[in-house]
Design a protein around this ligand. Sequence first.
Ligand code: UDP
Ligand code: MG
Length: 234
Amino acid sequence: MTIKHSLVVPCYNEEGNVEKFLLQVKEAMLGYTDDYEIIFVNDGSSDSTPMKLRELFNQNKDVKIKVVNFSRNFGKEAAMYAGFTQAVGEYITVIDADLQQDPKYAVEMGRILDENPDCDMVAAYQSERKEGKLISKLKKTFYKLIDKFSDVDFISDASDFRTMRNNVVRTILSLPEYRRFSKGIFSWIGYNTVSIPYDVKQRESGETKWGFKKLLKYAFEGILAYTNLPLKIP
Ligand code: UDP
Ligand code: MG
């Protein structure tokens, strides 16, 4: 069975956000479609996220909800991949659970796909970064570097927040990478992509899961996978 729109939502310790997130999705989808599903991927949370998700599943029969539970924390990349395997939508959006990315943009991206048959994917980029100056500068420098040394084009402010046609997601699923670096995969696969700005909000509850060390590790994954820079270092 196919449906119009799937939302894939990686969740790691998001007990304070998932219920509000669901409400915001319902509101945003009003007037667009009721033919949508939400796939929450609980990435080994140690708080009450899995219980909250079970409650949402049991209490909201008006929305198609799927919950995938990981046996431990595998990271957002793995959570997105698992979500894609379960998504049956004609369009598939990746969106965070912490309400930094307003679900209204998922609808905006859906409408762009509706109106532009030649467009395969709509990516949302942060119109203005609202993180610390140092982290923001480091991220920009990283993207410049990786863009310079890679054959793949990296857009510095592109996030994972995007909506793809189902065939794009099938292509992503056909890549058997083990250490996944989605920002690379999304550009490497090609396809006709439109970018729209979005206004990033403050995290609703809880803290970012990306400490400096985790970000650095992720950056190395990208450099190793998408450039031959390490081979050139004497
Ligand atoms: N996330 C996840 N697994 C992780 C880390 C994060 O599923 O190991 C989820 C998290 O719950 C959120 C999204 O990925 O929905 C983005 O994470 P976060 O908000 O911490 O990142 P930031 O917005 O600070 O870049
Ligand atoms: Mg966040």
